[in-house]
Design a protein around this ligand. Structure first.
Ligand code: HEC
Length: 234
């Protein structure tokens, strides 16, 4: 008789214990605090720029902060190389006091250089802006949104940071802000004050629809937009 009662009680305790565990783990999935889990946060961040078109779960492997950082570091190094090549050529031409040729150089080679650099690095690289000089550098709606976010941050005196997300087609994508510095003004500043006449004339000829003037130091000039192959981490 004693044994039967003991078994009975044990069974009840075991059931209660299992039940408690189940409740706990269910709560765990929904988060015990009512806060979104890290996974939902990551997904929200990754999808925030996607508008109505959010990529399905299978296409978005959730990355750890370290994995995202690896993409950002790689993108930064690609952008730095592109910038070094540009400014190296520009510096030579300026040293030879040929600013108009520098312009001609940009016009003829900017896109070609970024293309060949990208091929070498196995990525797609683009320089774009919300006020364009060359219409061929036109931003996608997602790039426009990123620039909007950066400009709002700058208005609040916050630094725009490189940003990782998956684009609508599930490609890993990194955006890097490009800021206006003093040395940019002679081609992107106030045409009446900062840009010398010979450059003004040349710009008018090469870019009749130029919107990339009247920038000030500290403005967002645009972004590097770097697209990686799918699911390749480095
Ligand atoms: C010698 C003149 C010159 C200087 C100096 C110069 N740029 Fe430009 N920039 C150009 C030209 C020309 C283009 C258009 C290139 C093309 O046809 O793709 C351009 C295009 C760009 C673009 C691509 C978006 C667009 O509007 O088409 C960005 C971004 C940019 N410049 C940023 C900068 C920054 C940042 C600096 C300073 C660090 C700078 N530029 C200095 C001449 C110049």
């Amino acid at each position: 008789m004693k044994n039967t009662i003991r078994t009975f009680l044990l069974a009840i305790f075991t059931l209660a214990f299992i039940n408690a565990c189940q409740n706990h783990s269910e709560k765990g999935e929904q988060t015990t605090t009512g806060q979104p889990t890290q996974q939902t946060i990551n997904k929200q961040n990754d999808a925030r720029l996607e508008g109505d078109h959010v990529t399905s779960d299978e296409e978005i492997p959730v990355l750890s902060p370290e994995e995202k950082q690896a993409y950002i570091d790689k993108a930064k190094s690609v952008a730095k190389n592109a910038f070094t090549i540009f400014s190296g050529h520009l510096k030579t031409l300026f040293a030879e006091k040929k600013p108009e040729e520098a312009l001609e150089f940009c016009h003829d080679n900017a896109l070609k250089i970024t293309d060949s650099l990208a091929k070498a690095a196995g990525v797609e690289i683009k320089r774009t802006s919300y006020r364009l000089r060359n219409p061929k550098n036109k931003p996608t709606p997602q790039e426009e949104k990123v620039m909007e976010i950066y400009r709002k941050r700058i208005l609040k005196n916050l630094k725009p940071e490189p940003y990782f997300h998956y684009d609508n087609h599930g490609y890993p994508h990194v955006y890097i802000p490009i800021m206006v510095q003093q040395k940019c003004l002679m081609c992107h500043g106030d045409p009446n004050k900062d840009i010398p006449d010979n450059i003004n004339n040349k710009l008018a000829k090469l870019y009749p629809n130029d919107k990339a003037i009247f920038f000030k130091v500290g403005d967002l000039r645009g972004i590097w937009s770097i697209k990686f192959p799918k699911n390749k981490k480095n």
